[in-house]
Write a protein that binds this ligand. Structure first.
Ligand code: 13P
Ligand code: ZN
Length: 285
């Protein structure tokens, strides 16, 4: 059976298009940001001989004893390479992306395609794998984990309290649809050293309750069933942060009240994260 060329695979072209959009929006300067997407093995087999491992790549930045990806053993991911520029992904997917399978002992990635030369998965691979495990536990249809450095969200972490409830409340107030798009709110982590299993574990812990996790003074993690869902979550939070940054230093004349946010949640049948909205708070700023 002749195989189809992988460059034509929808999962690859939409991944490249998403990376190009992220770059275009200024979320991924230089090598900033990374994406991983869980692939369907049967679909991958239409394009690749999955028995042929090009090379085995040990995980970076992790203590072997404390990082265990074995729950994902055998699962196949399309992932961006460390040090690779989002700007270049669409023109050279094979040099900037890789398709890897998690080894049976969960200790390394088996390269099936891409990462030409000596490329390897993003340095945030531990955070991605731990986040996939956390999201799959609450949503078996989760496929995508996405990290980027959106300008206004990052700016907001310099001037706004880094408290999950306060941060969520502000973002919800900055756009009528925010509470509908991310009713579970955003989780916020303090500044931590990136590329380590510590930040991976902290992110994954937060991913149990939300699809968005802000990394203070660094960026954001998003997770979702599809590239569009995940991109759309970050895009909506980033837009809200932009409105905040445009208005934070001005006197506030108007706002969306908690009562109005509750009305929205009710109308769109979503449950806002408890403990953030106060009913009957008609004129709250
Ligand atoms: P990588 O180039 O290793 O993916 O790192 C980029 C990044 O944003 C680190 O947080
Ligand atoms: Zn980053």
């Amino acid at each position: 059976m002749t195989m189809k060329t992988i460059e034509s695979a929808k999962f690859l072209t939409s991944f490249c298009d998403t990376a190009a959009n992220m770059y275009r929006l200024g979320w991924d300067e230089r090598n900033g940001g990374n994406i991983s997407m869980l692939l369907d093995e049967n679909e991958v087999r239409e394009y690749l001989d999955t028995t042929r491992v090009i090379r085995k790549i040990p995980f970076m930045g992790v203590k072997a004893a404390s990082f265990d990806a074995s729950p994902l053993a055998g699962r196949i991911f399309l992932v961006t390479g460390t040090g690779k520029y989002f700007k270049n992904i669409k023109d050279d997917p094979k040099g900037n992306l890789g398709i890897v399978r998690i080894s049976s002992d969960g200790k390394c990635a088996e390269l099936l395609w891409g990462f030409t030369g000596s490329g390897r998965p993003t340095s945030e691979f531990p955070a991605h794998m731990m986040s996939h495990m956390a999201r799959l536990a609450v949503d078996p249809e989760n496929r995508v984990v996405m990290h980027s450095h959106p300008t206004h969200l990052l700016a907001m972490t310099y001037v706004h309290p880094l408290d999950t409830a306060a941060f969520t409340h502000t973002l919800w107030q900055m756009g009528t649809e925010c509470v509908v798009v991310f009713p579970e709110g955003v989780e916020v982590l303090p500044w931590m050293l990136c590329g380590t299993d510590e930040i991976g574990a902290a992110t994954a812990e937060k991913m149990r309750s939300a699809r968005l996790v802000v990394w203070a003074m660094h960026g954001i993690y998003g997770a979702g069933k599809t590239l569009d869902e995940t991109f759309g979550l970050i895009e909506t939070a980033e837009k809200a942060a932009e409105i905040y940054m445009l208005t934070a230093s001005l006197p506030r004349a108007n706002t969306i009240t908690d009562a109005q946010l509750l009305k929205l949640a009710d109308f769109f049948s979503v449950t806002p994260r408890p403990g953030i909205l106060t009913p009957n708070e008609e004129h709250q700023r």
